[in-house]
Design a protein. Structure first.
Length: 540
């Protein structure tokens, strides 16, 4: 392999330095070119509280994660002014730092060539790069999950003795990962199974692992009550809207959409087999192979040529390489990687099946398995005996990554929601007598945060100071606005800016129907993001 030969010719440290520089460049490229979006607004909403106690309190209310990442970002944003760049830089650093961890893990479990090739794959991995450019916890969690696994295998697997430094680093990285993301539990379960299955005859290793897990549990006791509360109160806005719709139907039976029927709450908790199957057999192969994020701008589909000449062949090849890589491994090493791949994926799959705990689960929640996915792929590529086939497959993987990166960087269909346009256009045209009506999750927060990233827009908005109103079905403000306030507003307000974000379509339709009774629409843009609507209504 070309990459492996280069690492032999040059000192391995020069190779790693080159990979780190390349990985940094790929993750910094166009880092601040796209607007902040929903998930990043959630980070800011938690981190930008006035006190540390408020950060933790808001995190436990609005998020479904432990508080360590928001607490870290709280102090980070105190050091650096809020911007797209400052919010995303910690993820960039974590993404780059994961590269040498993958090299060390691959080298320890197999050999230097596997470590070199796996770290190269991660360096150019489009899906990892995407989340290394997002102001969320996924890239940082992937780093500490990888560190925990590395110190686990070096301490308990293939190690001649169990050293205290390795034990301490294992405990530290595992505890940090647990305080970043509850999904670390799945990795710890895998580590426990490996310890029992592989070293059951070596009681020292088992006893040591049990002692370390006891220490980890004691250190994580503060998470127990918040975890229980978050796990048992995770009703998303869609479910809560079902309850709020009762108010709509009772008070506005003549204008409420016909589709506003109430589902039995028990039906909402029924197994979601179709959704989970789609995740396992469509979303997961798609993300781990071509590494493309969902399409966010119209048209909401890839062309048939893209599907059948790029996406499908990539999924097939990557799938074959994974099965072949696991097949050619020795039994013990295969067990390690298989469990670290299967258990996290199976955990997310089961959570999706029974529709519990999380509002929305998708492939980003298994990003932390990506380093070990590439280790298996590296083993497969290096085990191919025909050199021409090995080179051909390597070339295909590189070209696949280049194509995906080009799409992520330059194809606006994959871009984040364009809050910059919304904020700039509104500020340039809004009047003091206008009403700006925010609808849905993080609509007002997203707008105001986008204003803060531009001093010019922030200054103009402060000078104009139009009327603003935020409405949502889940807290009753939508019903109150429509039933109690709208008639008076229609008598006094000539123009209404309607900004809807991450809302139920029937909520939007309901609001539009009421607005159309007194106003006519003069501007409408639904191409700024898949869940964003931006409209201007002028009085008839």
């Amino acid at each position: 392999m070309i990459i492996c030969k280069c690492s032999k010719i040059f000192n391995i440290y020069f190779y790693l330095a080159f990979m780190l520089i390349a990985g940094l460049c790929l993750r910094l490229f166009q880092l601040g070119s796209q607007s902040l979006w929903l998930d990043e607004f959630a980070t800011i909403a938690s981190a930008k509280q006035s006190s540390l106690i408020d950060v933790i309190r808001i995190t436990f209310i609005t998020e479904r994660i432990p508080p360590l990442y928001p607490v870290f970002m709280h102090f980070w944003l105190k050091l650096f002014s809020l911007s797209e760049l400052s919010l995303r830089v910690p993820s960039v650093i974590a993404g780059v730092a994961t590269i040498p961890v993958v090299y060390l893990t691959g080298k320890f479990l197999f050999n230097k060539n596997v470590g070199v090739l796996a770290s190269f794959f991660l360096t150019i991995a489009p899906y990892h790069i995407w989340y290394s450019q997002e102001g969320r916890f996924f890239a940082i969690f992937t780093l500490f999950n990888s560190l925990s696994i590395y110190f686990f295998v070096t301490t308990f697997c293939k190690a001649k003795s169990i050293n205290k430094l390795g034990q301490g680093m294992y405990v530290a990285s595992t505890v940090v990962a647990l305080y970043i993301n509850y999904f670390m539990i799945f990795t710890v379960i895998g580590q426990g199974l490996i310890t029992v299955l592989w070293k059951v005859k070596k009681n020292l290793a088992v006893r040591c692992f049990i002692v370390l897990q006891t220490v980890i549990i004691l250190l994580c006791i503060p998470l127990a009550i918040p975890f229980f509360n978050q796990a048992t109160t995770s009703y998303d806005s869609y479910k809560i809207f079902e309850k709020q719709n009762i108010v709509l139907q009772q008070n506005e039976t003549s204008t409420a959409p016909a589709s506003n029927t109430i589902k039995d709450q028990s039906d909402l908790m029924q197994p979601k087999l179709v959704d989970a199957a789609g995740f396992m057999f469509c979303d997961l192969p798609y993300a781990l192979s071509v590494g493309l994020k969902y399409i966010n701008m119209p048209p909401y589909h890839w062309s048939n040529m893209t599907r059948f000449t790029f996406i499908v062949p990539s999924i097939i090849l990557y799938g074959i390489l994974i099965f072949f890589g696991l097949y050619v491994m020795s039994g013990n090493t295969r067990t390690i990687l298989l469990l670290f791949l299967i258990i996290p994926v199976s955990g997310v799959f089961l959570l999706k099946v029974f529709h519990v705990y999380f509002r929305s689960l998708d492939t980003r929640h298994i990003l932390h398995v990506l380093p070990f996915f590439y280790i298996v792929m590296a083993v497969a590529v290096l085990k191919i005996k025909q050199k021409w086939l090995c080179v051909l497959i390597f070339f295909f993987i590189v070209m696949s990554s280049i194509i995906s990166l080009y799409i992520l960087y330059f194809d606006d269909r994959t871009f984040k929601d364009d809050w910059r346009y919304v904020a700039s256009h509104t500020v340039s045209s809004v009047r003091e007598s206008d009403l700006v009506l925010f609808h849905g999750e993080f609509s007002q927060v997203g707008f105001l945060i986008s204003l803060k990233t531009s001093e010019n827009n922030k200054k103009k908005w402060g000078q104009i100071s139009p009327l603003i109103r935020e409405i949502r079905a889940r807290d009753g403000s939508l019903q109150h606005f429509i039933n109690k306030e709208f008639k008076n507003i229609s008598d006094t307000i000539d123009r209404i800016w309607f900004i809807s974000y991450y809302s139920y379509p029937r909520e939007i339709k309901y609001i539009q129907n009421r607005l159309n009774e007194y106003y006519k629409i003069t501007e409408s843009n639904n191409t700024l993001g898949k869940t964003m609507l931006f409209e201007l209504y002028v009085k008839r």
